[in-house]
Design a protein. Structure first.
Length: 415
């Protein structure tokens, strides 16, 4: 199927005078003015021999059979990740949203195919095919833009204010979010820089967050550790099987575009690592409710052992403190299970110290029904609150991956 945004590309050969190619300045200007940049991008990719990811070739956006789904949700997390929060102009209409999504769709599809979008001249820094996962989310305000007919799901709204929150200005809710992750920090930096550049004049970056993960040791059962030494994300739904509905939405009456979408929550949580490390191992494990060695609950010996919240010690006290992190974070209802995708962060301060913590990313089909109850319990009584402070929060909807001949989010924008 021919890419519907791009017209025919000029043909070149070794023994013929090449057709006139667009200049870098011309391409940038075209990207800012509308869909014309995509035609130029497609032509350039073909002329230099790169693998071009047209709308008909975007298999890399799909990570499962059935409804197309964005990568970066259930794919294996890279050891490095980067999030960019962007805002559309205050007076934006759905046309600006369309332009941003078309540009992101084209550039991201090329990167995950191992090609480079224009005006990227550092082709050597482009990731190899399959090395990078990119996800794009929409904030609540985009559904209120002039001309939009699709209605936001009821859960697409800020997380209710919690007593433990101490939000800082940079880490606010934005209109768009882009997540890039891979195992190569240079690749992450390059891809993010090119995506932000492609959106110049259409969407303005408000914040950028970088995260890293140690990579799981074999003894940790595929789970990474955060800066407290805690195995983070041990309880995960089986999204490849019976619990796929905990993450992915199905089509809904009057909103068929909901099929293959998911909700994304980003919480930036500052961790007082220095004070935490001054505690002895027993105090740390009691605050968590699991052993730091292998993640086993304090009532068991293996990570897979069931958590027994009723078990008592010789003094008649429960072995796991009811206010420990594990019992507070445990789902009280089956539907509360969420997919966790956490990363650590560290940023140098001007005084020579470090701001360290967690970029906690969660995916679920319904943020209000699944994520909010857990967060409320943690705010009410979680021993870890002594050493952690949420300083930023955002909620986004990830559109389904585009079907052949469509751009990312088209079913929403043109509903």
């Amino acid at each position: 199927m021919e890419n519907f945004f791009a017209g025919p590309c000029p043909v070149t050969s070794d023994d013929a005078t090449p057709a006139v190619r667009p200049t870098r300045r011309g391409v940038v200007a075209g990207a800012l003015s509308g869909l014309g940049a995509l035609a130029l991008t497609g032509c350039e990719a073909q002329s230099r021999g790169s693998s071009s990811a047209t709308s008909a070739q975007r298999a890399t956006w799909t990570v499962a059979s059935g409804p197309p789904r964005q990568s970066g949700v259930t794919t294996k997390p890279g050891t490095h990740a980067h999030w960019v929060g962007l805002d559309l102009p205050d007076d934006a209409t759905k046309d600006e949203l369309r332009r941003a999504l078309v540009v992101l769709d084209d550039a991201a599809a090329r990167f995950v195919k191992g090609a480079s979008p224009l005006p990227d001249v550092a082709h050597e820094l482009a990731p190899r095919a399959g090395d990078v996962a990119i996800a794009v989310g929409l904030g609540p305000r985009v559904f209120d833009l002039d001309g939009m007919r699709a209605e936001a799901p009821a859960w697409l709204k800020p997380i209710p204010s919690m007593t433990i929150d101490d939000f800082e200005k940079p880490w606010k809710q934005t209109d768009l979010v882009v997540q890039v992750d891979t195992d190569n920090p240079v690749t992450v930096s390059h891809v993010v820089g090119q995506l932000v550049s492609a959106l110049k004049g259409t969407a303005t970056p408000r914040w950028q967050q970088r995260g890293f993960a140690a990579g799981a040791r074999p003894s940790d059962g595929g789970v990474t550790r955060n800066l407290f030494g805690q195995l983070d994300g041990m309880e995960q739904p089986n999204v490849a099987g019976a619990e796929a509905g905990r993450v992915w939405n199905a089509a809904q009456p009057g909103a068929s575009w909901m099929e293959g979408t998911t909700g994304m929550v980003i919480r930036r949580i500052r961790m007082d690592v220095d004070v935490w490390q001054s505690l002895d191992r027993t105090a740390q494990e009691n605050a968590i409710g699991r052993r730091l060695t292998n993640g086993a609950p304090l009532t068991g010996t293996k990570a897979t052992d069931p958590i027994d919240l009723e078990k008592t010690d010789e003094l008649g006290l429960t072995v796991i403190n009811p206010a420990a992190h594990v019992p507070r974070a445990m789902p009280k209802k089956t539907g509360e299970r969420i997919l966790r995708r956490p990363y650590s962060y560290e940023v140098a301060r001007d005084d020579g110290t470090s701001d360290r913590g967690l970029v906690f990313v969660a995916f679920c089909a319904d943020v209000v029904r699944q994520f909010v109850p857990i967060q409320q319990r943690l705010a009410e009584a979680d021993l870890l609150n002594t050493w952690t402070t949420p300083i930023g929060s955002g909620v986004y909807l990830l559109p389904a991956a585009p079907r052949p001949g469509r751009y990312l989010g088209q079913d929403i924008v043109e509903a």
